[in-house]
Design a protein around this ligand. Structure first.
Ligand code: NAP
Length: 479
Protein backbone atom coordinates (compact mmCIF):
# COMPACT_ATOMS: atom_id res chain seq x y z
CA UNK A 1 0.00 0.00 0.00
CA UNK A 2 2.70 2.48 1.09
CA UNK A 3 4.94 1.59 -1.85
CA UNK A 4 2.08 2.17 -4.24
CA UNK A 5 1.23 5.52 -2.68
CA UNK A 6 4.87 6.56 -2.66
CA UNK A 7 5.38 5.62 -6.28
CA UNK A 8 2.37 7.73 -7.24
CA UNK A 9 3.94 10.76 -5.58
CA UNK A 10 7.29 10.05 -7.12
CA UNK A 11 5.83 10.61 -10.55
CA UNK A 12 5.12 7.08 -11.70
CA UNK A 13 1.53 7.96 -12.47
CA UNK A 14 1.60 10.56 -15.24
CA UNK A 15 -0.19 13.78 -14.52
CA UNK A 16 -0.22 13.39 -10.77
CA UNK A 17 3.09 14.29 -9.22
CA UNK A 18 2.01 15.44 -5.79
CA UNK A 19 2.62 13.76 -2.46
CA UNK A 20 0.01 11.61 -0.83
CA UNK A 21 0.00 13.65 2.34
CA UNK A 22 1.19 17.12 3.20
CA UNK A 23 1.79 17.59 6.93
CA UNK A 24 2.01 21.08 8.38
CA UNK A 25 3.99 21.48 11.60
CA UNK A 26 4.95 24.60 13.53
CA UNK A 27 4.07 26.72 16.54
CA UNK A 28 0.61 28.00 17.38
CA UNK A 29 -0.17 31.04 15.26
CA UNK A 30 2.02 30.03 12.31
CA UNK A 31 -1.02 29.65 10.03
CA UNK A 32 -1.27 25.84 9.81
CA UNK A 33 -5.08 25.73 9.82
CA UNK A 34 -5.69 28.60 7.37
CA UNK A 35 -2.90 27.54 4.99
CA UNK A 36 -3.76 23.84 5.37
CA UNK A 37 -7.40 24.42 4.38
CA UNK A 38 -6.34 26.53 1.38
CA UNK A 39 -3.72 23.99 0.28
CA UNK A 40 -6.22 21.13 0.59
CA UNK A 41 -8.71 23.09 -1.48
CA UNK A 42 -6.10 23.80 -4.17
CA UNK A 43 -4.97 20.15 -4.36
CA UNK A 44 -8.46 18.70 -4.03
CA UNK A 45 -7.31 16.83 -0.90
CA UNK A 46 -9.22 16.31 2.34
CA UNK A 47 -8.15 18.50 5.25
CA UNK A 48 -7.52 17.24 8.81
CA UNK A 49 -6.68 19.24 11.91
CA UNK A 50 -5.30 17.00 14.70
CA UNK A 51 -6.44 19.42 17.45
CA UNK A 52 -10.00 19.31 16.08
CA UNK A 53 -9.74 15.49 15.86
CA UNK A 54 -8.75 15.33 19.55
CA UNK A 55 -11.64 17.62 20.57
CA UNK A 56 -14.14 15.52 18.59
CA UNK A 57 -12.80 12.27 20.05
CA UNK A 58 -12.73 13.48 23.64
CA UNK A 59 -15.98 15.42 23.45
CA UNK A 60 -14.46 18.50 25.04
CA UNK A 61 -12.37 21.52 24.07
CA UNK A 62 -8.56 21.51 24.42
CA UNK A 63 -8.67 24.00 27.35
CA UNK A 64 -11.09 21.59 29.08
CA UNK A 65 -8.85 18.57 28.40
CA UNK A 66 -5.85 20.44 29.85
CA UNK A 67 -7.85 21.62 32.88
CA UNK A 68 -9.58 18.33 33.68
CA UNK A 69 -7.09 15.68 32.57
CA UNK A 70 -3.76 17.47 32.17
CA UNK A 71 -1.27 17.78 29.29
CA UNK A 72 -0.15 14.08 29.29
CA UNK A 73 -3.75 13.00 28.55
CA UNK A 74 -3.89 15.52 25.69
CA UNK A 75 -0.58 14.21 24.27
CA UNK A 76 -1.88 10.63 24.35
CA UNK A 77 -5.06 11.64 22.52
CA UNK A 78 -2.99 13.63 20.02
CA UNK A 79 -0.75 10.60 19.28
CA UNK A 80 -3.85 8.43 18.77
CA UNK A 81 -5.26 11.02 16.34
CA UNK A 82 -1.97 11.12 14.39
CA UNK A 83 -1.83 7.32 14.12
CA UNK A 84 -5.41 7.25 12.82
CA UNK A 85 -4.73 9.68 9.93
CA UNK A 86 -5.34 8.09 6.53
CA UNK A 87 -2.41 7.34 4.22
CA UNK A 88 -4.34 9.02 1.50
CA UNK A 89 -4.61 12.35 -0.31
CA UNK A 90 -4.81 14.62 2.72
CA UNK A 91 -3.41 17.83 4.14
CA UNK A 92 -2.91 17.75 7.91
CA UNK A 93 -2.46 20.65 10.33
CA UNK A 94 -0.87 19.41 13.57
CA UNK A 95 -0.76 20.87 17.07
CA UNK A 96 2.34 22.89 17.99
CA UNK A 97 3.67 20.16 20.32
CA UNK A 98 3.09 17.17 18.02
CA UNK A 99 6.81 17.03 17.16
CA UNK A 100 7.86 16.48 20.79
CA UNK A 101 7.30 12.76 20.29
CA UNK A 102 9.69 11.04 17.88
CA UNK A 103 7.10 8.35 17.20
CA UNK A 104 4.54 11.03 16.25
CA UNK A 105 7.10 12.44 13.79
CA UNK A 106 7.81 9.02 12.33
CA UNK A 107 4.08 8.37 11.86
CA UNK A 108 3.51 11.83 10.36
CA UNK A 109 6.39 11.53 7.90
CA UNK A 110 5.23 8.24 6.40
CA UNK A 111 4.66 8.87 2.66
CA UNK A 112 4.33 12.57 3.48
CA UNK A 113 5.96 15.84 2.72
CA UNK A 114 6.34 17.82 5.95
CA UNK A 115 6.27 21.61 5.90
CA UNK A 116 7.42 23.66 8.90
CA UNK A 117 5.46 26.90 9.05
CA UNK A 118 7.20 29.42 11.26
CA UNK A 119 7.03 33.11 12.10
CA UNK A 120 8.72 35.55 14.41
CA UNK A 121 7.57 35.25 18.08
CA UNK A 122 5.96 38.72 17.93
CA UNK A 123 3.93 37.68 14.85
CA UNK A 124 2.87 34.45 16.59
CA UNK A 125 1.89 36.41 19.68
CA UNK A 126 -0.19 38.93 17.69
CA UNK A 127 -1.99 36.09 15.88
CA UNK A 128 -2.83 34.15 19.06
CA UNK A 129 -3.91 37.02 21.32
CA UNK A 130 -7.56 36.04 21.20
CA UNK A 131 -6.87 32.33 21.66
CA UNK A 132 -8.65 30.47 24.48
CA UNK A 133 -5.86 27.87 24.69
CA UNK A 134 -4.44 27.37 28.20
CA UNK A 135 -0.94 28.65 29.03
CA UNK A 136 1.66 25.85 29.30
CA UNK A 137 4.02 27.76 31.60
CA UNK A 138 3.93 30.55 34.20
CA UNK A 139 5.63 32.95 31.76
CA UNK A 140 3.93 35.95 30.14
CA UNK A 141 2.27 35.09 26.76
CA UNK A 142 5.09 36.56 24.61
CA UNK A 143 7.78 34.97 26.80
CA UNK A 144 6.00 31.63 26.67
CA UNK A 145 5.66 31.74 22.88
CA UNK A 146 9.35 32.62 22.52
CA UNK A 147 10.54 29.95 24.98
CA UNK A 148 8.39 27.14 23.54
CA UNK A 149 9.23 28.02 19.93
CA UNK A 150 12.96 28.10 20.70
CA UNK A 151 12.87 24.79 22.60
CA UNK A 152 11.03 23.07 19.75
CA UNK A 153 12.99 24.62 16.87
CA UNK A 154 15.47 21.69 16.48
CA UNK A 155 12.51 19.29 16.40
CA UNK A 156 10.60 21.30 13.79
CA UNK A 157 13.72 21.71 11.67
CA UNK A 158 14.56 18.01 11.87
CA UNK A 159 11.04 16.90 10.94
CA UNK A 160 10.67 19.35 8.04
CA UNK A 161 11.30 18.82 4.34
CA UNK A 162 10.49 22.47 3.69
CA UNK A 163 10.61 25.52 6.04
CA UNK A 164 8.56 28.66 5.35
CA UNK A 165 8.35 31.96 7.25
CA UNK A 166 4.64 32.81 7.12
CA UNK A 167 5.32 36.17 8.78
CA UNK A 168 6.40 37.59 5.42
CA UNK A 169 4.03 35.73 3.07
CA UNK A 170 0.27 35.67 2.55
CA UNK A 171 -1.49 32.27 2.84
CA UNK A 172 -1.81 32.16 -0.97
CA UNK A 173 1.92 32.86 -1.39
CA UNK A 174 2.74 30.13 1.15
CA UNK A 175 0.58 27.64 -0.74
CA UNK A 176 2.32 28.63 -4.00
CA UNK A 177 5.71 28.06 -2.29
CA UNK A 178 4.66 24.57 -1.18
CA UNK A 179 3.38 23.65 -4.65
CA UNK A 180 6.61 24.95 -6.23
CA UNK A 181 8.67 22.79 -3.86
CA UNK A 182 6.60 19.70 -4.71
CA UNK A 183 7.18 20.33 -8.39
CA UNK A 184 10.94 20.71 -7.82
CA UNK A 185 11.04 17.37 -5.96
CA UNK A 186 8.96 15.67 -8.62
CA UNK A 187 11.03 16.90 -11.57
CA UNK A 188 14.43 16.39 -9.90
CA UNK A 189 15.69 19.20 -12.14
CA UNK A 190 18.31 20.42 -9.68
CA UNK A 191 20.08 17.11 -9.20
CA UNK A 192 22.26 16.80 -12.33
CA UNK A 193 24.77 19.57 -11.39
CA UNK A 194 25.09 17.92 -7.95
CA UNK A 195 25.94 14.54 -9.49
CA UNK A 196 28.42 16.30 -11.80
CA UNK A 197 30.10 17.71 -8.67
CA UNK A 198 30.18 14.25 -7.02
CA UNK A 199 31.93 12.91 -10.12
CA UNK A 200 34.79 15.35 -9.48
CA UNK A 201 35.24 14.12 -5.89
CA UNK A 202 36.91 10.91 -4.77
CA UNK A 203 33.67 8.94 -5.22
CA UNK A 204 33.93 5.92 -7.54
CA UNK A 205 32.13 6.08 -10.91
CA UNK A 206 30.02 3.13 -9.85
CA UNK A 207 28.81 4.90 -6.70
CA UNK A 208 28.15 8.11 -8.69
CA UNK A 209 25.99 6.16 -11.11
CA UNK A 210 23.98 4.66 -8.27
CA UNK A 211 23.41 8.11 -6.71
CA UNK A 212 22.44 9.51 -10.10
CA UNK A 213 19.81 6.78 -10.51
CA UNK A 214 18.30 7.56 -7.10
CA UNK A 215 18.32 11.32 -7.55
CA UNK A 216 17.74 12.06 -11.20
CA UNK A 217 15.69 9.10 -12.39
CA UNK A 218 12.13 9.16 -13.65
CA UNK A 219 10.87 9.02 -10.06
CA UNK A 220 12.17 12.48 -9.17
CA UNK A 221 14.16 13.32 -6.06
CA UNK A 222 13.69 11.40 -2.82
CA UNK A 223 10.75 12.76 -0.87
CA UNK A 224 12.79 13.50 2.24
CA UNK A 225 15.88 14.86 0.51
CA UNK A 226 19.63 14.35 0.40
CA UNK A 227 22.10 13.95 3.28
CA UNK A 228 25.87 13.48 3.23
CA UNK A 229 29.01 13.14 5.28
CA UNK A 230 31.61 15.73 4.27
CA UNK A 231 35.33 15.45 5.02
CA UNK A 232 38.76 14.81 3.57
CA UNK A 233 39.23 11.91 3.74
CA UNK A 234 35.83 10.41 4.53
CA UNK A 235 35.52 7.45 2.16
CA UNK A 236 36.09 5.16 5.17
CA UNK A 237 33.15 6.74 7.10
CA UNK A 238 30.48 4.30 8.25
CA UNK A 239 27.82 7.05 8.32
CA UNK A 240 26.43 6.31 4.78
CA UNK A 241 25.94 2.65 5.68
CA UNK A 242 24.41 3.54 9.05
CA UNK A 243 22.02 6.29 7.92
CA UNK A 244 20.93 4.38 4.80
CA UNK A 245 19.91 1.50 7.09
CA UNK A 246 18.26 3.84 9.64
CA UNK A 247 16.29 5.66 6.92
CA UNK A 248 15.08 2.35 5.57
CA UNK A 249 14.09 1.12 9.05
CA UNK A 250 12.16 4.35 9.78
CA UNK A 251 10.45 4.86 6.42
CA UNK A 252 12.54 7.93 5.56
CA UNK A 253 12.79 8.34 1.79
CA UNK A 254 16.21 10.01 1.79
CA UNK A 255 19.57 9.46 0.11
CA UNK A 256 22.66 9.62 2.34
CA UNK A 257 25.94 9.92 0.44
CA UNK A 258 29.57 10.95 1.04
CA UNK A 259 31.48 13.95 -0.24
CA UNK A 260 35.22 13.36 0.05
CA UNK A 261 36.79 16.61 -1.12
CA UNK A 262 39.35 19.01 0.41
CA UNK A 263 37.53 22.27 -0.47
CA UNK A 264 34.61 22.93 1.91
CA UNK A 265 33.61 26.08 0.02
CA UNK A 266 33.02 24.06 -3.20
CA UNK A 267 31.15 21.42 -1.19
CA UNK A 268 28.84 24.03 0.35
CA UNK A 269 28.11 25.59 -3.09
CA UNK A 270 27.13 22.15 -4.43
CA UNK A 271 24.96 21.15 -1.46
CA UNK A 272 23.20 24.53 -1.45
CA UNK A 273 22.35 24.29 -5.16
CA UNK A 274 20.64 20.92 -4.72
CA UNK A 275 19.01 21.75 -1.36
CA UNK A 276 20.77 19.08 0.75
CA UNK A 277 18.94 18.70 4.08
CA UNK A 278 21.67 17.53 6.45
CA UNK A 279 25.44 17.06 6.69
CA UNK A 280 27.61 15.01 9.00
CA UNK A 281 30.85 16.98 9.29
CA UNK A 282 34.17 15.27 9.89
CA UNK A 283 37.92 16.01 9.79
CA UNK A 284 39.16 18.57 8.77
CA UNK A 285 35.93 20.65 8.55
CA UNK A 286 34.58 20.58 12.11
CA UNK A 287 35.96 24.06 12.89
CA UNK A 288 35.90 25.58 9.38
CA UNK A 289 32.29 24.35 8.95
CA UNK A 290 31.18 26.92 11.53
CA UNK A 291 31.70 29.82 9.11
CA UNK A 292 29.15 28.29 6.72
CA UNK A 293 26.44 28.20 9.41
CA UNK A 294 23.85 30.97 9.84
CA UNK A 295 23.25 29.80 13.38
CA UNK A 296 25.32 27.70 15.78
CA UNK A 297 23.92 25.93 18.84
CA UNK A 298 25.29 27.00 22.24
CA UNK A 299 27.02 23.65 22.86
CA UNK A 300 28.74 23.65 19.45
CA UNK A 301 29.88 27.22 20.04
CA UNK A 302 31.34 26.33 23.45
CA UNK A 303 33.14 23.29 22.03
CA UNK A 304 34.28 25.28 18.99
CA UNK A 305 33.24 22.66 16.44
CA UNK A 306 30.23 21.46 14.45
CA UNK A 307 29.81 17.81 13.45
CA UNK A 308 26.23 18.28 12.19
CA UNK A 309 24.68 20.83 9.85
CA UNK A 310 20.94 20.98 9.18
CA UNK A 311 19.30 23.19 6.57
CA UNK A 312 15.92 24.80 7.14
CA UNK A 313 14.85 27.23 4.39
CA UNK A 314 17.99 29.12 3.39
CA UNK A 315 19.56 28.79 6.84
CA UNK A 316 22.19 26.28 7.90
CA UNK A 317 22.22 25.44 11.61
CA UNK A 318 25.45 24.01 13.02
CA UNK A 319 25.29 21.60 15.97
CA UNK A 320 27.58 19.26 17.85
CA UNK A 321 26.45 15.75 18.75
CA UNK A 322 29.95 14.41 19.59
CA UNK A 323 29.64 15.52 23.20
CA UNK A 324 26.28 13.74 23.50
CA UNK A 325 28.11 10.60 22.38
CA UNK A 326 30.37 10.96 25.42
CA UNK A 327 27.70 12.20 27.85
CA UNK A 328 25.08 9.50 27.24
CA UNK A 329 27.18 6.43 28.17
CA UNK A 330 28.42 8.25 31.31
CA UNK A 331 25.00 9.63 32.31
CA UNK A 332 24.36 7.13 35.12
CA UNK A 333 27.66 7.81 36.91
CA UNK A 334 27.77 9.93 40.05
CA UNK A 335 29.57 13.27 39.63
CA UNK A 336 33.20 13.11 40.74
CA UNK A 337 36.72 13.92 39.53
CA UNK A 338 37.37 13.25 35.87
CA UNK A 339 40.61 13.23 33.89
CA UNK A 340 40.68 13.74 30.13
CA UNK A 341 43.82 12.65 28.27
CA UNK A 342 44.35 14.80 25.17
CA UNK A 343 43.51 18.37 24.24
CA UNK A 344 42.21 18.10 20.65
CA UNK A 345 38.67 18.19 19.27
CA UNK A 346 37.48 14.99 20.97
CA UNK A 347 38.90 16.22 24.30
CA UNK A 348 36.94 19.49 24.00
CA UNK A 349 33.72 17.52 23.49
CA UNK A 350 34.66 15.28 26.45
CA UNK A 351 35.29 18.21 28.80
CA UNK A 352 31.97 19.81 27.81
CA UNK A 353 30.12 16.51 28.41
CA UNK A 354 31.81 15.83 31.77
CA UNK A 355 31.14 19.35 33.03
CA UNK A 356 27.54 19.01 31.91
CA UNK A 357 27.36 15.92 34.16
CA UNK A 358 28.66 18.00 37.07
CA UNK A 359 32.22 16.54 37.11
CA UNK A 360 35.39 18.37 38.17
CA UNK A 361 37.63 17.99 35.12
CA UNK A 362 41.41 17.96 34.75
CA UNK A 363 42.97 17.92 31.25
CA UNK A 364 46.27 16.10 30.87
CA UNK A 365 48.11 16.44 27.58
CA UNK A 366 51.44 15.63 25.96
CA UNK A 367 52.04 19.30 25.19
CA UNK A 368 51.30 21.52 28.15
CA UNK A 369 50.34 24.47 25.94
CA UNK A 370 47.46 22.48 24.41
CA UNK A 371 46.23 21.44 27.86
CA UNK A 372 46.41 25.03 29.12
CA UNK A 373 44.46 26.43 26.16
CA UNK A 374 41.68 23.89 26.56
CA UNK A 375 41.56 24.34 30.34
CA UNK A 376 41.31 28.12 29.91
CA UNK A 377 38.26 27.78 27.60
CA UNK A 378 36.40 25.59 30.06
CA UNK A 379 37.73 26.84 33.41
CA UNK A 380 39.21 23.49 34.46
CA UNK A 381 42.52 22.17 35.80
CA UNK A 382 45.34 20.98 33.53
CA UNK A 383 48.72 19.29 33.63
CA UNK A 384 51.13 16.82 32.06
CA UNK A 385 50.49 13.05 31.94
CA UNK A 386 52.72 12.46 34.98
CA UNK A 387 50.47 14.59 37.22
CA UNK A 388 47.77 11.88 37.03
CA UNK A 389 46.74 10.70 40.51
CA UNK A 390 44.64 7.48 40.53
CA UNK A 391 43.40 8.02 44.08
CA UNK A 392 41.81 11.34 43.08
CA UNK A 393 40.31 10.20 39.76
CA UNK A 394 36.86 8.64 39.35
CA UNK A 395 36.40 8.91 35.57
CA UNK A 396 39.05 8.61 32.86
CA UNK A 397 38.48 9.56 29.22
CA UNK A 398 41.18 8.84 26.63
CA UNK A 399 40.84 11.43 23.86
CA UNK A 400 44.23 10.75 22.24
CA UNK A 401 44.91 8.34 19.35
CA UNK A 402 47.09 6.25 21.69
CA UNK A 403 45.83 2.67 21.45
CA UNK A 404 44.61 2.91 17.86
CA UNK A 405 45.10 0.00 15.51
CA UNK A 406 48.65 0.05 14.18
CA UNK A 407 49.87 2.33 16.98
CA UNK A 408 49.09 0.26 20.08
CA UNK A 409 50.15 1.50 23.53
CA UNK A 410 48.11 2.93 26.38
CA UNK A 411 48.04 6.28 28.15
CA UNK A 412 47.97 4.41 31.50
CA UNK A 413 49.53 1.18 32.79
CA UNK A 414 47.86 -1.58 34.84
CA UNK A 415 49.11 -0.11 38.15
CA UNK A 416 47.46 3.28 37.37
CA UNK A 417 43.92 1.91 37.54
CA UNK A 418 41.58 1.37 40.49
CA UNK A 419 38.40 -0.64 40.94
CA UNK A 420 36.21 2.43 41.65
CA UNK A 421 37.06 4.07 38.30
CA UNK A 422 35.12 4.33 35.05
CA UNK A 423 37.26 4.28 31.91
CA UNK A 424 35.95 5.53 28.54
CA UNK A 425 38.40 5.03 25.68
CA UNK A 426 37.26 7.11 22.70
CA UNK A 427 39.52 5.11 20.37
CA UNK A 428 37.17 2.81 18.43
CA UNK A 429 39.53 0.85 16.18
CA UNK A 430 40.06 -1.64 17.74
CA UNK A 431 37.00 -1.52 20.03
CA UNK A 432 38.92 -3.35 22.77
CA UNK A 433 42.08 -1.28 23.36
CA UNK A 434 45.01 -2.07 25.64
CA UNK A 435 43.77 0.62 28.08
CA UNK A 436 40.39 -1.11 28.31
CA UNK A 437 42.10 -4.49 28.78
CA UNK A 438 44.04 -3.09 31.77
CA UNK A 439 40.90 -1.37 33.09
CA UNK A 440 38.83 -4.55 32.89
CA UNK A 441 41.56 -6.47 34.74
CA UNK A 442 41.55 -3.79 37.47
CA UNK A 443 37.76 -4.16 37.88
CA UNK A 444 36.89 -0.73 36.43
CA UNK A 445 33.66 0.03 34.60
CA UNK A 446 34.62 0.16 30.91
CA UNK A 447 33.22 1.97 27.88
CA UNK A 448 34.33 1.46 24.30
CA UNK A 449 34.79 4.25 21.73
CA UNK A 450 32.10 2.68 19.53
CA UNK A 451 29.53 3.84 22.12
CA UNK A 452 30.45 7.47 21.37
CA UNK A 453 29.71 6.85 17.68
CA UNK A 454 26.39 5.15 18.54
CA UNK A 455 25.04 8.01 20.69
CA UNK A 456 26.34 10.85 18.53
CA UNK A 457 24.60 9.18 15.56
CA UNK A 458 21.36 8.75 17.55
CA UNK A 459 21.28 12.48 18.22
CA UNK A 460 22.26 13.27 14.62
CA UNK A 461 19.35 11.16 13.34
CA UNK A 462 17.01 13.20 15.55
CA UNK A 463 18.41 16.49 14.20
CA UNK A 464 18.25 15.24 10.58
CA UNK A 465 14.73 13.73 10.68
CA UNK A 466 13.01 14.46 14.03
CA UNK A 467 12.83 10.69 14.58
CA UNK A 468 14.16 8.89 17.70
CA UNK A 469 15.90 5.59 17.07
CA UNK A 470 16.95 3.04 19.63
CA UNK A 471 20.68 2.83 20.41
CA UNK A 472 20.42 -0.96 20.02
CA UNK A 473 19.25 -0.56 16.42
CA UNK A 474 22.39 1.49 15.69
CA UNK A 475 24.60 -1.11 17.41
CA UNK A 476 22.94 -3.86 15.39
CA UNK A 477 23.52 -2.03 12.09
CA UNK A 478 27.15 -1.32 12.96
CA UNK A 479 27.56 -5.02 13.82
P1 NAP B 1 43.27 15.74 17.57
O1 NAP B 1 42.45 16.98 17.54
O2 NAP B 1 44.33 15.52 16.53
O3 NAP B 1 43.96 15.65 19.02
C1 NAP B 1 44.82 14.61 19.35
C2 NAP B 1 45.26 14.74 20.82
O4 NAP B 1 45.97 13.55 21.14
C3 NAP B 1 46.19 15.90 21.07
O5 NAP B 1 45.92 16.40 22.35
C4 NAP B 1 47.58 15.26 21.01
O6 NAP B 1 48.51 15.89 21.90
C5 NAP B 1 47.29 13.90 21.57
N1 NAP B 1 48.24 12.91 21.05
C6 NAP B 1 48.45 12.57 19.75
N2 NAP B 1 49.38 11.60 19.68
C7 NAP B 1 49.78 11.34 20.95
C8 NAP B 1 50.73 10.43 21.51
N3 NAP B 1 51.44 9.60 20.74
N4 NAP B 1 50.89 10.44 22.85
C9 NAP B 1 50.16 11.27 23.63
N5 NAP B 1 49.26 12.16 23.16
C10 NAP B 1 49.05 12.18 21.82
O7 NAP B 1 42.34 14.46 17.50
P2 NAP B 1 40.82 14.32 18.01
O8 NAP B 1 39.88 14.65 16.92
O9 NAP B 1 40.70 15.03 19.30
O10 NAP B 1 40.71 12.74 18.22
C11 NAP B 1 41.47 12.09 19.23
C12 NAP B 1 41.10 10.61 19.22
O11 NAP B 1 39.74 10.47 19.69
C13 NAP B 1 41.09 9.99 17.82
O12 NAP B 1 42.34 9.48 17.49
C14 NAP B 1 40.05 8.91 17.91
O13 NAP B 1 40.68 7.70 18.29
C15 NAP B 1 39.14 9.39 19.03
N6 NAP B 1 37.80 9.80 18.51
C16 NAP B 1 36.80 8.92 18.65
C17 NAP B 1 35.53 9.22 18.20
C18 NAP B 1 34.43 8.21 18.38
O14 NAP B 1 33.34 8.36 17.77
N7 NAP B 1 34.62 7.24 19.20
C19 NAP B 1 35.28 10.47 17.61
C20 NAP B 1 36.33 11.38 17.49
C21 NAP B 1 37.59 11.02 17.94
P3 NAP B 1 49.39 17.16 21.44
O15 NAP B 1 48.52 18.34 21.67
O16 NAP B 1 50.57 17.09 22.33
O17 NAP B 1 49.73 16.95 19.99
Amino acid sequence: MCAEILSRFLGCTPGRGYPVRVILIGPRGSGKTTIGALLADTLGYRFFDTDAMVEAREGMSIPEIFAERGEPAFRLAESAAIKSLPLDSVVVATGGGAVISGSNVQALRTVSLTVFLDADATVLWARTQRSTRPPLTVLSPIEEITAIRNARLPLYRGAADLCIDTGVLSPAETVARILGFMEERRSGAVCNPFVAFLQQTRMSMNECEQIQKRLCGAKGMPLHGIFAVIGSPCLHSRSPELFTALFSACGVDGVYTRIDWPDISAIMDAVRAVGVKGLSVTIPFKTDGMQYCDEITADARAIGAVNTMVRCGDRWVGANTDWMGIRQPLAGILPGNAVVFGAGGAARAAVYALQDLGMEVTVLNRSLDGAQNLARSFGCEYGAFDSYNPEKTDVIVNATPVGMEGRGGSVLGPSDLRVHQTVFDLVYTPPGTILLKYARAAGCQCMQGTEMFVYQAQEQMRLFTGIDVDADLIREILG
